[in-house]
Each structure stands twice: as structure tokens, then as C-alpha cells.
Write a protein that binds this ligand. Structure first.
Ligand code: NI
Length: 189
């Protein structure tokens, strides 16, 4: 795997998300990348470069942030970085298999997509998940109770949706932390 391409991709996403909500998205992307690589270390048969680039570019064409079609930001970056066409297609397929809206909730078929999806979902759990939920609620002017409801509607279900063994273990710990937090929150009412 070319370290140069990875570095260039990290710089690229920093620029891409630079005027976005105080860098939330850059930080999220970097955490997903690091978590995906940690999961990849536990899976003997996976293509690390596909995982790294799909993780780094997984929100580069997020419809909430960009008006691009056909993964244009990710494609342009990969082309300029000299990635061969067949590999670009694999990376784009991986990104699209991770996205809930594009994939309609289907379990991804490839190990690379399973890993990136796990890493993305793990970022919604644990201390980071709590911080992100309330930050998002605050940005949208929602009361705390709405954010708390989001834990029950969505975040507490994620543990059972993990694809890989490594992610299941991390999810278990982060899930427990969410439950502890919710209990404490209730005790303080
Ligand atoms: Ni994401």
C-alpha cells in the first residue's frame, strides 16, 4: 500500500471538510480510517489499500454536505492520485456498500466494505457517539430529550449489526458505556 497516497488522501479530506461544522467531519473520517485499519489487522484476507481509501473517502460525497453525483469527489481524487481504473471501481463500490441510503440496509458482500461499515458504525457508539449525538442535536437546535431518544431508536441497535468479530468486541464495550451513561442521566433527573 502506498503511504504517499494515504497522506495525500488525508490532506484532501482536511481541505474538503475545512468549512464544515468546525472540522467534525474530518475528525470523524480520521477515526473511521484508524478503526478500519485496526479491524483490518485482525482479518487475514483483506485489501488494506481499498479499506484505507474507502474509509478516508466514505463521506467525500455525502449528500448532506455536497451536491455531487456518482461519487464525483472520490473519483476525481483517486484518478488524480494515479489509482488504476479497476481499483477505483472497487473503492467506489466499497464506499457505496457502506452507505445506508445507497445500500438500503443490506449487509455488504465484501470483507473490505464490512470492515469500513463496522468502523463507521463504531464511531456512533461509546464516548464519541455520545459527544457526536449531542453536538448534532445542538447544531439543529434540538432539546436533550431528542438526542436521548436517538440512543434508543438507533445507537443501541448498532451492536447487533456489526459484521466482524473485532468490531463486535469493540461495540460490546462501547454499548455498555452508552447504557451506563443513560442510567446515570436518568438517575440525575
Ligand atoms: Ni461516516
Amino acid at each position: 500500500m502506498s503511504e504517499t497516497v494515504i497522506h495525500t488522501a488525508i490532506e484532501y479530506i482536511g481541505r474538503l471538510f475545512s468549512d464544515n461544522a468546525g472540522g467534525h467531519d474530518t475528525e470523524h473520517t480520521l477515526r473511521v480510517y484508524r478503526t478500519a485499519m485496526a479491524i483490518a489487522d485482525t482479518e487475514p484476507a483483506c485489501d488494506r489499500e481499498i479499506i484505507a481509501l474507502a474509509a478516508l473517502l466514505h463521506d467525500a460525497d455525502d449528500h448532506k454536505l455536497f451536491r455531487t453525483e456518482n461519487n464525483e469527489n472520490a473519483r476525481t481524487f483517486l484518478k488524480n492520485a494515479g489509482i488504476p481504473e479497476s481499483r477505483i471501481e472497487r473503492i467506489i463500490e466499497t464506499i457505496n456498500a457502506v452507505s445506508f441510503s445507497k445500500n438500503q440496509g443490506k449487509v455488504p458482500e465484501t470483507i473490505e466494505a464490512k470492515i469500513v461499515q463496522d468502523a463507521d458504525r463504531l464511531d456512533a457508539l461509546g464516548a464519541i457517539g455520545i459527544a457526536r449525538t449531542f453536538a448534532y442535536g445542538g447544531e439543529h437546535g434540538r432539546p436533550l430529550s431528542d438526542s436521548v431518544q436517538h440512543f434508543y431508536d438507533k445507537l443501541l441497535r448498532l451492536k447487533d449489526l456489526m459484521n466482524t468479530e473485532a468490531a463486535k468486541k469493540i461495540a460490546e464495550k462501547r454499548h455498555e458505556f452508552l447504557l451506563e451513561f443513560l442510567q446515570e442521566l436518568e438517575d440525575e433527573q
